[in-house]
Design a protein around this ligand. Sequence first.
Ligand code: IMP
Ligand code: MG
Length: 374
Amino acid sequence: MKIKLHDKYFTSFISAREIDAALDEMAVKIAADIGDVVPVFIGVLNGSFMVVSDFVKKYPKPCEVSFVKLASYEGVESTEDIQRLIGLNENVVGRTVVILEDIIDTGNTLECIYDIFNNKGVKDLRIATLFHKKEAFRKDLKIDYIGIEIPNKFIVGYGLDYNGLGRDLPEVYQIKNTQRMTNIVLFGKPGAGKGTQAEFLKTKYNLVHISTGDVFRFNMKNDTELGKLAKSFIDEGQLVPDSVTIDMLQAEVEKNTDANGFIFDGFPRTTAQAEALDAFLDSKNMELSGTVALEANDEILIERLLERGKISGRADDQDEAKIRNRFEEYNEKTAPLIDFYSTQEKFYSVNGIGTIKDITERLSTVIDALKVEA
Ligand code: IMP
Ligand code: MG
């Protein structure tokens, strides 16, 4: 699941159930260590309100609960200056105090807490945190209890916010770092000029063009296993099965790990493929920048294709009925992708009628705008 808070995107990271399990474990462990002494659990506001509330419900023995406030955080980078502590009204002299934190990041806040509580005559001071970013922690201070170790990436939810938003979420989301790649899907019916335009865009933006059709034709020409399989479908104007296409695409992306980005042409063709592509890109920490449909009228496309068929000899370009069959297939299966990508605010339509140069310019306008946004 993906959410947007202010200008940033976040994806599901730690479920409510995992949080619950971590708190269960912490409660049992702390109770075992402390024994029958009645501790004062002190939450550090604002972030810790959820942790404290859920934790003390799980704590198996009597305890006291209080909160302090110590604002230290603005935006997504931990700031160096720590402010003073407010809100501690309890007398903690001679008590067992357990500081309950939502998250310990650089440790600046923790250091401040140590300084303050070390001067308050506390008998036994312990630190517990639900989340800990080990790689970001820069202090030589003891953390007694850690619920879940997390990588050094910004998270929200379960009390944690990004500029005020996200504290209310019952689970935790991790920030999606904005990629520097430009990954584009080019849509269009056969004959719309995807291949021609991809050639120009590839050079202009230094992208790798992955045309599923070209890769299949290469395999067919060389009579590979994949080629023979693909040929049986393509000759009938049918789509090649997803599993074959996805494996091939994955191999192409993996061959070009240092690319500025990719132009996917001929894939995805169905919503199922679009979901598979999203999942695959996500696993590589990549995402689509945008999808562009080259729009053109059917009769113009048929004319273009029949011309192309005469020259190339491509069987599927020489028969008007087969061409219309491919258009049907496009309308039926690919058109729903417009909705799919519109929902993600990643769909753009470009007029595919005109000179090659004009169309390249229209496409460039869309792509340049994508790059500005990223
Ligand atoms: P530290 O002082 O760097 O350890 O940061 C502690 C405080 O920074 C926490 O109490 C949070 O308020 C905030 N913080 C640190 N990391 C995150 C995060 O990933 N998301 C939201 N807030 C964070
Ligand atoms: Mg905090």
